[in-house]
Design a protein around this ligand. Sequence first.
Ligand SMILES: Nc1ncnc2c1ncn2[C@@H]1O[C@H](COP(=O)(O)OP(=O)(O)O)[C@@H](O)[C@H]1O
Ligand SMILES: [Mg+2]
Length: 242
Amino acid sequence: MLLEASGIVKAFGSFRAVDGADLALAENELLGLIGPNGAGKSTFFNCLAGEARPTRGTIRFRGEDVTMLSSAAHARLGLARTFQVPVVFAGMSVRENVMVGAFLRHPARHRAAEKADEVLEFTGLAAQAETPASALGTAGRKRLGIARALATEPLLLLLDEALAGLTSAEVEGAIELVSRIHARGITLVVVEHIMEVIHRLTQRVLVFNQGRVIAEGTPAEVTADAAVIEAYLGRRARRLAR
Ligand SMILES: Nc1ncnc2c1ncn2[C@@H]1O[C@H](COP(=O)(O)OP(=O)(O)O)[C@@H](O)[C@H]1O
Ligand SMILES: [Mg+2]
């Protein structure tokens, strides 16, 4: 297994945003992670990527216990992630933003710039290399987040709602990019709300609800699962009742 997380709990006071989640990820897999808003998906990613320390549980990456390591240490070992709300360094150009990732493996500035240019080409951002990152719209910022993560040369990439807020044409472009990343041999976990995208990209999906994995299977299997339907519809019913 490339990544094995077992019994992960992340508590904020008495509230458990993640409440005993397990994940076993094989090398080269492209795993979907779905679940209603507030299910704990982003918090789980934070634990996996070292941005948050789990309250309980163990995370092994390439066989090494990384549970208490920093996000920088995770990145060095080959685990990268993007954020649901893209983090861009607004005062810097698109290329400089990607260089921030590239410096991890290429401390010399000209080598980092070379690596950044290669990634900008791969992600379709080359034409905007000199553009201030602040000038990018949602799709561009999401793509830039992916580019910066790729520049760290990860083995595993966690994408947190990389397609949310995109137009249907932009979604197509993003699906194509995720497929090409996977074809490069990078293992992926994608948090995604659009089921059609999950069907097209993944063979296996985990469904999160209230901090736990409530279902697992092929996209067709999980969408037919009664507990999954209840997790989504139960929530919609509560919202309608307000
Ligand atoms: N730093 C935090 N402090 C307190 N509660 C948090 C914090 N981060 C997330 N939560 C709560 O944890 C729950 C899960 O959030 P999140 O992981 O963002 O869910 P998802 O990504 O599945 O929508 C939510 O109820 C959220 O309000
Ligand atoms: Mg989230």
